[in-house]
Design a protein around this ligand. Structure first.
Ligand code: PLP
Length: 389
């Protein structure tokens, strides 16, 4: 199809030309005396994106899924008990990873589309008088349902229960797009990947450890090899990696971090809030339902939209893709066929969103959901104009 493809899945996101150009260059010696500039610079500049000065970032050739494994195996031991809430496909997969590694997960099961009420964490931890629970696992932004959880409130619940559990947070679809305050929120491990807020191709996993979590990596009894942080610490300190790093991705990350620094995380977070609100107003104007129940917890990076009873969200997604060159996110797991998702994160502006909304209206019609033409676009336009800074 001629013209640009419209990529509106909630990751991978659009890669800016600057990042593409930075990646498109010759390989170089990753053991040269010049290389530490790149390593040290990237690890240093990741800190403000995580919202930390005390934490220590790491970068792997991996994805978010690998970072779950790295977070768990470097801080815990096989057989340990952890507490986690399940409210969508990614919180489900985080739990599944923990269980497959041999952890015992106390699961708080919620309706998919709900946010975690921190009092549920407090109750579970207060009941754990023996302090057997070693960690709380939390997905900050559940990409499958478009719900953003309150990380600070979960930390408060842990502290109010006077419980020593670590707080392990999945920030895959929040870090780099939404406000993330690693230090202030008392996060012990945060994980993310390159293909969302970092505006890069998939292929890098990043994680950040608090001093408390870092102190655990020696004693953690999980067998580890590739994801062992101990050799990373040794090599990163010298400006290197224990193996051949993903050079092109590191060059891309360097450029992406420059772009993030130029905009500043507060401006990036407020841009995402404005863009996300435009999408929400469009959905309201279409008269469709949000998967995320609580309006206060609707995500600024992704909106999951429920199709009316008797309609199939897969038809919307397929029509969008085949007829209108628009990639929408699918309904994941038990939401398959029931919801479609619009990703609104990364290198994005109003014009791109308005185009996607217009095409979504066409695809909805194709799938038999006759929303009024232009209603969503007009609602978003009005909002963008009135909220223009
Ligand atoms: N966690 C969340 C919240 C996600 O959205 C995703 C992917 O979309 C993952 C984890 C898994 O990350 P990856 O696909 O990079 O392995």
């Amino acid at each position: 199809m001629p013209g640009r493809h419209h990529l509106f899945v909630p990751g991978p996101t659009n890669v800016p030309d600057r990042v593409l150009r930075a990646m498109h260059r010759a390989q170089e010696d990753h053991r040269s005396s010049a290389f530490p500039d790149l390593t040290h610079g990237v690890l240093r500049d990741l800190k403000p994106v995580f919202g930390t000065t005390a934490g220590r970032p790491f970068v792997f050739a991996s994805t978010g899924t690998g970072m779950w494994e790295a977070a768990l195996t470097n801080t815990l031991a096989p057989g340990d008990r952890v507490l986690a809430a399940r409210f969508g496909q990614f919180s489900h997969l985080f739990i599944d990873t923990a269980e497959r590694l041999g952890l015992k997960v106390d699961v708080i099961d919620l309706e998919w589309g709900e946010a975690l009420d921190p009092s549920r964490v407090a109750d579970a931890l207060v009941a754990d008088t023996a302090h057997a629970i070693q960690a709380v696992l939390l997905v900050h932004n559940e990409t499958a349902t478009g719900v953003t959880n309150d990380v600070a409130a979960v930390r408060e619940a842990i502290d109010d229960a006077h419980h020593p559990a670590l707080l392990l947070v999945d920030g895959v679809s929040s870090i780099g797009s939404l406000e993330f305050r690693f230090d202030e929120w008392g996060v012990d491990v945060a994980v993310c990947g390159s293909q969302k807020g970092f505006m890069m191709p998939a292929g890098l996993g990043m994680l950040c450890l608090s001093p408390k979590a870092l102190a655990r990596i020696e004693a953690a009894r999980f067998p580890r090899a590739y994801f062992d942080l101990r050799p990373q610490v040794l090599h990163n300190d010298q400006g290197y990696f224990p193996y051949t790093p993903a050079l092109a991705h590191l060059f891309g990350l360097r450029e992406a971090l420059d772009m993030i620094a130029e905009q500043g995380m507060p401006a990036i977070a407020s841009r995402h809030a404005r863009l996300g609100e435009g999408v929400r107003r469009a959905v309201a104007a279409w008269g469709l339902r949000f998967c995320a129940r609580d309006p206060e917890r609707r995500s600024n990076t992704v909106t999951a939209i429920v199709v009316p009873e008797g309609k199939d969200a897969r038809h919307v997604i397929d029509a969008a893709y085949r007829r209108w060159d628009l990639a929408l996110g699918s309904g994941l797991g038990r939401l398959n066929g029931k919801v479609f998702r619009i990703g609104h994160l990364g290198d994005l502006n109003e014009g791109m969103i308005l185009g996607a909304l217009a095409l979504t209206e066409l695809a909805l019609h194709d799938a038999g959901v006759a929303v009024p033409y232009g209603a969503g676009v007009a609602a978003a336009q009005r909002w963008y104009r009135e909220s223009m800074p």
